[in-house]
Design a protein. Structure first.
Length: 107
């Protein structure tokens, strides 16, 4: 291993260069989750309409969003979350509106 600052020779366990006293990270960010994170090409992060439609079912949508997020497809993860929560929010809003309307009629 070489120092990124001076090019001096280093051992695997060094946290500071013995030649130029530069500190550096001793861990690889890619392995901090326990597995190597695949680098994603931004062009591949396109929203899949079929997966988006399946994501309307909230538990499936949440699972899809988590999987997409873990593999690095952030745009797809956000779209799946929106698709998963939209019917849930609409159902709650509908229940509130129509529930309140029924209460008003009863008075």
């Amino acid at each position: 291993m070489k120092c990124p600052n001076c090019g001096g020779s280093l051992s695997e366990n060094d946290i500071q260069c013995p030649y130029c006293d530069t500190f550096f990270d001793t861990y690889d960010d890619d392995y901090q989750l326990g597995f190597k994170i695949q680098k994603v090409n931004p062009e591949d992060d396109k929203i899949n309409i079929l997966i988006l439609l399946i994501s309307i079912i909230t538990p499936v949508g949440l699972t899809v969003a988590v999987v997409y997020y873990l593999i690095g497809y952030v745009k797809c993860a956000k779209a799946s979350l929106i698709a998963a929560f939209t019917p849930l929010v609409l159902a709650i809003a509908g229940a509130l509106v129509f529930g309140i309307a029924e209460l008003i009629k009863a008075l």
